[in-house]
Write a protein that binds this ligand. Structure first.
Ligand code: HGY
Ligand code: MN
Ligand code: MN
Ligand code: MN
Length: 399
């Protein structure tokens, strides 16, 4: 199957017919269908497929004579709610297409080549981004991961056990598997507006994190409750939204407070509680911490003013990732001097980089929009990305 045919097969899975946005949450039917599609394509190519015990999939190309730690590529198949088509799947489809390209020209790698599909990269179901790669690398306690719950109250452990992985999952840091990975190179659609060529190389991922904010007030009638009698959690929530934006602007960062739950949600009822997430990112750890501090401070002040309780918990934090310079430069040279640029988006490659040399290739996104239906990459640039990934795999596997 060509890149175009693989892309056409995956494109409709989990897409909302109206908005065009994707709903592929980890281990829900659309993402399971994407996983099955990947396993089918891997087996069709004679790759050895493996569940790693942390919810991640690996497919290995082990030609005779290939030895030593593998060069692994791949990405993720899950999406944010209403996400775009390319964030994640482009890296997975491009990995399979790059292997096809190398095989078609008769290339035999001197090292094994792996294709990884990491679980819950967006953290859209269980709240922690890059959950699968964090488990693999030991960046999250497996016991904490087991207990993470989705919006329906199902735990991560129950969900992975229900999908063929035995109840011992997740296994947590897997030193044996990590030792088999010589380096990880993730191809990803660019999620900003900075890449002005078909393909670029990542220099860094800026610091970023997520904080859960729970505002608890008192549910009541919207028509019969005087303002002075109210304990409305929507008000400190509203203060948090504005404070995050103002603070991020002061510290050259970006911050978003998104509402993820209101109990009850009736238009004519004052909600009893609001659960929100703060996503804060910035050029330095200090900038991010200041934005979090100022946002939480504003929310707490408003909470006191309105008789509301507020609880803030840090769910995940990633310090700056400066990708391995020698690998980055080797890849940029292999590609003939393409743009090298940082990203404000988190990636499994960022998590892996704490344990193995990691790098990223970006494919141009003409809209610059991501995590929304307008996310896009032209087919010509996608094919340029496949060729770039193939030449990087060729160079790194000592062919
Ligand atoms: O949210 C992010 O930064 C990434 O797209 N998962
Ligand atoms: Mn992604
Ligand atoms: Mn994403
Ligand atoms: Mn107020």
């Amino acid at each position: 199957m060509s890149f175009e045919e693989m892309w056409a097969a995956l494109l409709p899975v989990g897409r909302d017919g109206g908005s065009g946005g994707y709903h592929r949450f980890a281990w829900t039917p659309p993402e399971l269908e994407c996983r099955d599609w990947f396993l089918g394509e891997a087996r069709r190519r004679g790759l050895d497929v493996e569940h790693d015990g942390n919810g991640n999939l690996f497919a290995w190309w082990n030609p005779a004579g290939a030895q030593g730690p593998a060069v692994v590529t791949g990405s993720h198949l899950d999406s944010v709610p209403g996400g775009g088509a390319f964030d994640g799947p482009l890296g997975v489809v491009s990995a399979l297409a790059a292997i096809d390209l190398l095989r078609d020209e008769g290339f035999r790698p001197g090292r094994p080549v792996g294709v990884a599909v990491f679980a819950e990269e967006e953290g859209a179901r269980f709240g922690v981004a890059c959950l699968g790669s964090r488990l693999l690398t030991g960046a999250i306690d497996p016991e904490r991961a087991r207990g993470l719950r989705d919006a329906d109250g199902l735990s991560f452990a129950e969900v992975v056990a229900a999908h063929g992985l035995d109840e011992r999952q997740p296994v947590g840091p897997d030193e044996g598997l990590l030792a088999r990975i010589g380096c990880f190179v993730e191809l990803h659609v660019e999620q900003g507006r900075a890449l002005d060529g078909p393909v670029g190389v990542a220099s860094a991922i800026i610091p970023h994190g997520r904080w859960r904010m729970r505002f608890t007030g008192e549910g009541d009638h919207a028509g019969t409750t005087g303002l002075s009698d109210r304990r409305d959690p929507m008000l400190p929530f509203a203060h948090a939204v504005l404070a995050a934006r103002d603070s991020a602007a002061r510290h050259d960062g970006v911050a978003t407070v998104g509402k993820v739950g209101v109990v009850p949600g009736g238009v004519n009822a004052i909600p009893s509680s609001v659960t929100a997430w703060l996503d804060a990112r910035g050029p330095t750890d200090d900038a991010v911490r200041r934005t979090v501090g100022e946002t939480v401070e504003a929310a707490r002040r408003a909470a006191v003013e309105h008789g509301v309780d507020v609880e803030v918990t840090e769910e995940s934090y990633s310090a700056v990732v400066a990708f391995d310079h020698s690998l980055r430069d080797r890849i940029a040279t292999t590609l003939g001097g393409v743009p090298v640029l940082p990203t404000g988006a988190g990636h499994d490659a960022g998590i892996l980089s704490a344990r193995v040399p990691a790098a990223m290739l970006f494919v141009r996104n003409p809209t610059g929009v991501s995590h929304a239906p307008a996310e896009h990459a032209e087919i010509g640039d996608c094919l340029a990305g496949v060729e770039a990934l193939a030449s990087v795999l060729k160079n790194l596997t000592g062919g």
